[in-house]
Design a protein around this ligand. Structure first.
Ligand code: FE2
Length: 422
């Protein structure tokens, strides 16, 4: 007698149905005759490993409108508004806002989160709050914290020392923002500084890189070169890289080969970048995101990040990676049959690799961490932004949803509506 059997699960990437057994927190095989304390018939619903959020700014969540609204909606006005809001940060304020959004993420099936944390604060208030929260929620939602210099490392007074202090306080990952430094040379130097700091402490790297429409912003090549030289393949992520959209194709071809050789992970953030890029174009307006399809063809791991939840840069969102994937279907033109399935990989196995998660995935003997979608396929999950009816962590139910029931009165008869093709 095992603890639980989930019957008729449709695992992501497969068409047949399977039974999943759960016992003592791990996945075990279950056949038609297996017995369990609890049996749940999933009736063909999609099951995936936990969703993984590779890129969010938790310290800024739920601050939209504070201390003033971002009237233009632009990236630069957002940075200016945030610099004002940072002055009011307190330990309690950060913890309360982040804890609320972590609950939202867990309800969406997210169990691993990499958050950038602005360290351009001499007191490092947000980082201290998040380091403590990370310890409190470990095993429920696992946090990786990136020392992120929003105002630059060389261009912000004491920037280098703040980065070192952030590492001493317990940052898991070293960040950067080379395109925001004062000069190109400073940008190159900031990448080298961040990678050396990470290398010295055995940490990972995740740099906001070339988040601009300027086709002369070319810091990803420096990241690739440093990764190759330092032998840090697999431990380095380049986030945003929107300028790549505007590079000439000869340069992009060479760059993508080097990114693949370096084993960089890439994170695209369709929610924020769909509204922030192309702001200086009068028409046609460039989409301004990274070259997802070419990177994937070269074998590069491209992940989807949510980036913002109700902050000065993006006023919407509730932390659901599926919503970001839905936008990428359109914005990245990923509506092909196989691409719809791949989008689910880009919020699960892809970011799990970028974060270096050990033991991730659904397999016998592995942790019973999983997510059940109220949809029979990847395409339906995306189409409906389907509720996560069941989220297990270590075999325990940590989130549940009761999907809304819709009825219509159709020609005099009341009928249920499920939005599913039967
Ligand atoms: Fe970001």
């Amino acid at each position: 007698m095992i603890d639980l059997i989930l019957r008729n699960a449709r695992l992501a990437g497969r068409d047949d149905l399977t039974d999943l057994g759960v016992d003592d927190g791990v996945i075990v095989s279950a056949g038609p005759d297996s017995a369990a304390s609890e049996v749940i018939d999933l009736d063909g619903r999609l099951v995936t490993p936990p969703l993984v959020e590779p890129h969010i700014h938790l310290d800024a969540v739920l601050t939209v409108g504070q201390p003033r609204p971002n009237v233009s909606g632009s990236l630069f006005e957002g940075i200016a508004v945030w610099a004002e809001r940072v002055a009011d940060l307190t330990y309690e304020d950060v913890q309360a806002r982040v804890a609320q959004v972590l609950r939202w993420q867990l309800a969406c099936g997210v169990q691993h989160v990499r958050s950038h944390v602005d360290v351009c604060d001499p007191q490092l208030r947000a980082l201290r709050a998040l380091v403590d929260l990370r310890a409190e929620v470990r095993g429920l939602v696992d946090l990786q914290l990136v020392a992120f210099p929003q105002q630059g490392i060389l261009g912000f007074e004491g920037g280098r020392e703040l980065m070192r202090e952030a590492v001493r306080l317990g940052a898991d990952v070293v960040g950067g923002i080379p395109h925001y430094e004062l000069t190109r040379e400073d940008g190159v130097e900031s990448v080298k500084f961040a990678m050396a700091l990470a290398d010295e402490h055995g940490l990972r790297v995740d740099i906001h890189c070339d988040e601009t429409d300027d086709d002369h912003s070319r810091f990803v090549e420096v990241m690739a070169a440093e990764t190759i030289r330092r032998g840090m393949s697999g431990r380095v992520t380049a986030s945003h890289t929107t300028a790549m959209h505007s590079y000439n194709s000869a340069y992009a071809y060479r760059l993508i080969r080097n990114i693949a050789r370096a084993g960089l992970h890439m994170v695209t953030n369709p929610l924020d970048n769909s509204v922030l890029q192309g702001r200086f174009d009068t028409g046609p307006i460039r989409r301004g995101h990274t070259r997802i399809k070419q990177l994937r063809e070269a074998g590069v791991n491209v992940c989807i990040g949510h980036d913002s939840v109700m902050d000065p840069w993006y006023p919407l969102g509730y932390g659901d990676p599926l919503q970001a994937a839905f936008v990428l279907v359109h914005y990245g033109q990923m509506s092909g049959d196989a691409e719809l399935r791949r989008l689910i990989d880009m919020i699960t196995v892809g970011p799990a690799a970028a974060l270096g998660l050990d033991g991730y995935g659904l397999r016998d003997g592995g942790p019973a961490d999983l997510v059940v979608f109220d949809a029979p396929s990847e395409a339906d999950a995306l189409r409906l932004i389907a509720p996560r009816t069941l989220v297990l962590r270590g075999g325990k139910v940590v989130a549940r949803a009761t999907p809304a029931q819709h009825t219509v009165t159709w020609l005099g008869t009341q009928e249920p509506v499920t939005f599913l093709r039967r």
